[in-house]
Ligand binder design. Structure first.
Ligand code: HEM
Length: 355
């Protein structure tokens, strides 16, 4: 079954069906939340306007300019790790790296580091618990952090921008500057969403490299070619996609695959399952970066395709490069890992040994 009812929703697990849903935004709206979500909760022309204004923040020139500072962060993070004993990829490496890389990108104060690390943990815990009041509290905590960063900056809005955050605050969309709730929503998407998923992505990638000597050899052979190394990372994320799902709302009666859908019904697009659909990937565990690249759905597809992909790829590639350069061998630790549970994917905890 490529799509089936699950509670009141329809879960879409087929590759072709997931694509059909996300490429038809008129039938499957992204206005799924009563909260303001910029740009992910917008549809149509308004969404396109925001994407046109925001996507350049992730352009190749911007990413090239950021690479050295991401590398410094990655090198320090790897240097702190012990050798020849189990290292917790997510908690000892991924979360701290994700937070430091974000602080460097947006030029936010280093004094926020501990609070953000704490927030990533609490957020994962709240998401896992499924308690709406707890999730709302953690979300409010994050909005407060963002407010503390942007409010003093708003007071010097007429001055020249000093960094990416200043540039965002001065951005005009549709001939007007953005309002505070819009800015908070954008920064929440750029940071809160990214921190947890980047750490989970680091876990999935390093776990597979350490667990399979053939993959490790292939990845080391790609070390000097950023494009081929990035393709390997995308493929490892496809095999065990930790960014599980996104939602849509049906605007009319229709079908997904053979599954009937009624107007107003919620749709859950399951990227993890779609990326392992045997109709599209006959042996979903087979590691074949170039062969599977075109069908890879880790960063979504259609008008809402992930704008942060270049940044996520840069961070994951540089982190992997630094791990490879600092070691001769990676191996799985004897200590067993713990899988994450829906709505999170990948590993909650996984341990590798750096030698
Ligand atoms: C770490 C790995 C990441 C993964 C696996 C990932 C995955 C995705 C996916 C699958 C979507 C599509 C959502 C949909 O169709 O509803 C998406 C959207 C989005 N992502 Fe990412 N993402 C990652 C990192 C990032 C980063 C680093 C940023 C920004 C700094 C970012 C910002 C966004 C935003 C703003 C959207 C909404 C786009 C829209 O609705 O137009 N993501 N992401």
């Amino acid at each position: 079954m490529s799509a089936f009812p699950e509670g009141d929703s329809i879960r879409v697990v087929g590759h072709a069906e997931a694509l059909a849903v996300v490429q038809d935004p008129e039938t499957f709206s992204s206005q799924v939340s009563r909260f303001l979500q910029v740009p992910n909760g917008l549809d149509g022309e308004e969404h396109a306007q925001f994407r046109a204004a925001l996507d350049p923040f992730f352009g190749p020139d911007r990413m090239a300019a950021l690479e050295d500072s991401v590398r410094d962060v990655a090198r320090e993070a790897v240097a702190r790790l012990p050798r020849d004993e189990p290292v917790g990829v997510i908690l000892q490496l991924g979360v701290g790296f994700a937070v430091d890389a974000m602080l460097a990108w947006l030029n936010w104060p280093a004094s926020l580091r501990d609070e953000l690390i704490e927030w990533v943990r609490e957020n994962a815990e709240a998401t896992r618990s499924g308690h709406l009041s707890r999730t709302a509290e953690v979300a409010q905590w994050f909005d407060d952090i963002i407010g503390r960063v942007i409010d003093p900056r708003m007071e010097r809005i007429e001055e020249e921008p000093r960094d990416v955050t200043d540039e965002l605050l001065r951005l005009e969309v549709g001939g007007r500057r953005l309002e505070r709730p819009e800015l908070i929503s954008i920064l929440r998407n750029w940071t809160g969403g990214d921190l947890g998923s980047l750490a989970l992505c680091a876990g999935v990638v390093l776990h597979q490299v350490a667990a399979d000597p053939a993959i490790e050899a292939d990845v080391r052979a790609r070390r000097e070619d950023p494009v081929r190394l990035a393709a390997a990372i995308d493929e490892l994320l496809r095999i065990d996609d930790p960014f599980v799902s996104n939602r849509r709302l049906a605007t009319r009666d229709t079908t997904v695959g053979t599954c009937p859908v009624t107007a107003g019904q919620r749709i859950v697009v399951d990227w993890t399952k779609a990326n392992r659909d045997t109709q599209r990937f006959p042996d979903p565990d087979r590691y074949a970066p170039e062969e599977n690249a075109a069908a890879n759905l880790v960063y979504g597809a259609g008008p809402h395709v992930c704008p942060g992909r270049p940044l996520a790829t840069l961070e994951l590639r540089v982190l992997l490069e630094e791990v490879l350069d600092a070691t001769n061998d990676l191996s799985p630790a004897q200590r067993p890992g713990v899988r994450a549970v829906r709505p999170l994917g990948g590993w909650l905890r996984t341990y590798i040994v750096l030698s």
